[in-house]
Design a protein around this ligand. Structure first.
Ligand code: ADE
Ligand code: ZN
Length: 332
């Protein structure tokens, strides 16, 4: 099997995908029309032309605008179901999806509306496609600590449906320390913890995510590379980084995929995984990310297998399931 065939054949777990970032323009138009909500675009082509980002904020402005058309439970179901169909195409057999409740509750959409729509899609994905999934609720870090506390309160009745709590949105100027107390409360309530850190923000934010939030995984983390002591800690603790190569390229975290550090980090023994982040906006789903990395950095079959194994090891599924998928990968 050559590398491209192997990429398609490997079972994979996706650990870093924002469900609002899977919103394809075609579905956005359809939902906007049925909800009678105006969007500032005349056509799907016009939407795609707007996807011309130069940093994280320029993307987030468009991403939040797109999410405004999501109102009803069925909208959230349709959004997640469309993503699960992409998972099936890419052999993503398990996914841990972020959702941003504040993006919706700020507009008057009930927390339960969002969660019930997503949850129903997760159940159908298991029944109809054999794909397992978990939900991770993210706090928007550009909003206040008080707002995050309020969101955590809203999530408590749905604790059994949400595996972890995360931190996303505009990184620079909003360090993990801003949310130390909210995350302590989330940990006490029994949530696992993840946080975006070291995407645009400095290595200090990764240290804070580790020390203050006590994360189980770091989302992105690619700037950890700038701090040798931090890198050594990530290696020693086998701390997973959920890396998103096409996202890093589109948001100008790297200038060219040949300059991406994922291959070097893998060779150094960092527990890196490949993920799509916001695939509708960044030009590709899971396999597109693997293919782009392989085309630029020429990974061996063993390295590609290691990336897939890492995705299951870093996931929140039970150890019997992990072992089952890892054994399947090793036999390929
Ligand atoms: N929200 C959606 N995608 C994100 C990203 N890549 N970084 C931070 N917040 C996000
Ligand atoms: Zn992200």
């Amino acid at each position: 099997m050559n590398q491209v065939e192997l990429i398609r054949a490997l079972p994979k777990a996706e650990l870093h995908v924002h469900i609002e970032g899977t919103f394809e323009p075609e579905l956005m138009f359809e939902i906007a029309q049925r909800n009678h909500i105006q969007i500032p675009y005349q056509s799907v082509e016009e939407i795609k032309q707007a996807y011309n980002f130069h940093n994280l904020q320029s993307f987030l402005d468009i991403y939040y605008a797109g999410a405004n058309v999501l109102v009803h439970e069925q909208d959230f179901y349709d959004l997640a179901w469309a993503y699960f169909e992409k998972c099936a195409e890419d052999k993503v057999v398990h996914t841990e999806m972020f959702f941003d409740p504040q993006t919706h509750t700020e507009r008057g959409v009930e927390f339960a509306t969002v969660l019930n729509g997503l949850k129903r899609a997760c159940t159908d994905a298991k029944d109809k496609l054999g794909i397992s999934s978990q939900l991770i609720m993210c706090f928007l870090r550009h909003l206040s600590e008080e707002d995050a506390f309020k969101t955590l309160e809203q999530a408590l009745p749905f604790k059994h449906d949400i595996i972890a709590v995360g931190l996303d949105s505009s990184e620079v100027g909003h360090p993990p320390s801003k949310f130390e107390r909210v995350f302590a409360k989330a940990r006490e309530a029994g949530f696992l913890i993840v946080a975006h850190a070291g995407e645009e923000g400095p290595p200090e934010y990764v240290w804070e995510a580790l020390d203050l939030l006590q994360v189980n995984r770091i989302d992105h983390g690619v700037r950890s590379d700038e701090d040798p002591a931090l890198l050594q800690r990530l290696i020693d603790e086998k701390m997973p980084l959920t890396v998103c190569p096409l996202s890093n390229l589109k948001l100008c975290v790297v200038e060219d995929m040949t300059e991406h550090n994922i291959h070097r980090l893998l060779k150094q023994g960092v527990h890196v995984t490949i993920n799509s982040d916001d695939p509708s906006y960044f030009g590709g789903y899971m396999n597109d990310n693997f293919l782009a990395v392989h085309a630029a950095l020429n990974l061996s079959n063993d390295e590609l297998k290691q990336l897939a194994i890492n995705s299951f090891e870093a996931s929140f599924i039970d150890s019997a399931e992990k072992q089952k998928w890892i054994a399947t990968i090793q036999q390929l």
